[in-house]
Design a protein around this ligand. Structure first.
Ligand code: FMN
Length: 200
């Protein structure tokens, strides 16, 4: 990631598919079936550091027929290549990894505290062994583009994958980072252009 010159934690929505003013202001959704309000990121009042690190989120890829989700606690919001982006980090052994690889899009879903148990389940069990929707009671629903998010989420960010890269241990400048990879299972980072953003 060292070569990438981008600034993180700047969180504005650029949504050229919609009637956006391109400045991240609130716009009305034209998407049928979604009960959420289509928002520009200026309308998001949550602290993005807290959203990522304290609350965690569900990182999901696939369509309603074939999808998987996992809890993620590492990520970034940013502005790069003139696009509003998020970055997610996925270890290769995750079942979700193959769904992210196969699909052009992914979603980040954030939840209220009352869904903590559901997020814990999705972070401690694999979709290889469990139906995570059944086990948690979360309801998978498709966006207009067919990508899965969860009805119970309070904030949904839908992204188009635009870049990936495997973390290179040779480039870890801080020793403490290496300790996080005893199995050498270096994350693959995915940068997604934010194309839609919904809020309850
Ligand atoms: C709080 C929390 C945060 C996590 N963050 C990440 C993460 O950022 N990246 C990652 O690869 N795994 C992360 N995990 C682990 C995966 O969620 C976990 O291995 C999950 O069972 C994978 O599910 P899957 O095999 O269905 O993809 C986290 C787990 C928890 C509990």
């Amino acid at each position: 990631m060292g070569d990438l010159n981008y600034c993180v934690v700047v969180f504005f929505l650029y949504n050229k598919n919609k009637i956006s003013d391109k400045k991240g202001d609130q716009v009305k959704t034209q998407q049928k079936g979604l009960r959420k309000v289509d928002i520009g990121c200026k309308s998001i009042t949550d602290n993005v550091f807290r959203l990522i690190s304290n609350d965690c989120f569900l990182f999901t890829a696939g369509n309603l027929k074939k999808w998987n989700t996992m809890t993620a606690g590492w990520g970034e919001f940013g502005y790069l290549w003139n696009k509003y982006i998020v970055t997610g980090f996925v270890r290769p052994q995750r079942y979700t990894y193959r769904f992210i690889e196969k699909n052009k899009y992914f979603t980040f879903c954030f939840f209220e505290k009352k869904y903590e148990k559901a997020l814990l389940f999705c972070g401690e069990h694999s979709g290889r062994d469990y139906d995570k929707a059944k086990k948690t009671g979360l309801t998978p629903v498709p966006t207009k583009l067919g990508n899965v998010y969860f009805k119970e989420a309070c904030l949904v960010i839908e992204c188009r994958k635009i870049y990936y890269q495997d973390l290179d241990p040779k480039k870890f400048l801080d020793r403490s980072i290496k300790a996080l990879y005893r199995k050498h299972d270096y994350h693959r980072m995915y940068i997604g252009e934010i194309i839609n953003c919904y809020m309850k």
